[in-house]
Structure formats: structure tokens, C-alpha cells
Design a binder for this molecule. Structure first.
Ligand SMILES: [Zn+2]
Length: 88
């Protein structure tokens, strides 16, 4: 058995996955900063708000439901539409 060579297409695909993850991480960081700014502008302390991203929220300027981290640890009531995170 000689040295195992990694297939060129697999190497390229893996590099593409690594690159895509970097782009995703940067986009998520941008999204978090945008959430923080909107929350702060609305008078919320962004550090006390959880944004699971599970549900679209028509009443939220974030376009997704958000919950008070301390006052509502079970995420029973979105601060915008009052819907719980857990829905069936
Ligand atoms: Zn909501």
C-alpha cells in the first residue's frame, strides 16, 4: 500500500464546505448585530432577549419570535406576538 491520496474532487468539495461555513458564520454574526440594534432601538436590552429563530413572526420587526431570557425562560410568550416557542 502506497500513500493514500485524497481524491481531488473530495478535496475541492471539502474546501468549498469550509469556505461556505465561514460565509455562514459571517452572515449569522451580521444577523445577530442587526437583531441587537433593532432590539436596542425598541428599548429592549438585547442581552436579555433570546431569539431561537424557530418561528417566523408577523408582529416582530425581527421577522422571528423573541423571548425574555430571564422573565420567560420556558419561552411561553413571544415579546411581539405572545406565541410560545413550542407549537404543534
Ligand atoms: Zn412572535
Amino acid at each position: 500500500m502506497g500513500t493514500l491520496l485524497i481524491d481531488e474532487n473530495i478535496a475541492k468539495a471539502k474546501a468549498a464546505v469550509v469556505e461556505a461555513k465561514k460565509v455562514e458564520a459571517a452572515a449569522n454574526a451580521m444577523l445577530q448585530r442587526a437583531y441587537c440594534k433593532v432590539l436596542a432601538d425598541l428599548g429592549f436590552d438585547p442581552a436579555t432577549i433570546v431569539i431561537p429563530g424557530t418561528w417566523d413572526c408577523e408582529e416582530s420587526p425581527l421577522a422571528t419570535c423573541a423571548y425574555h431570557f430571564y422573565e420567560d425562560p420556558c419561552r411561553d410568550k413571544c415579546v411581539f406576538c405572545e406565541a410560545p416557542e413550542e407549537r404543534r
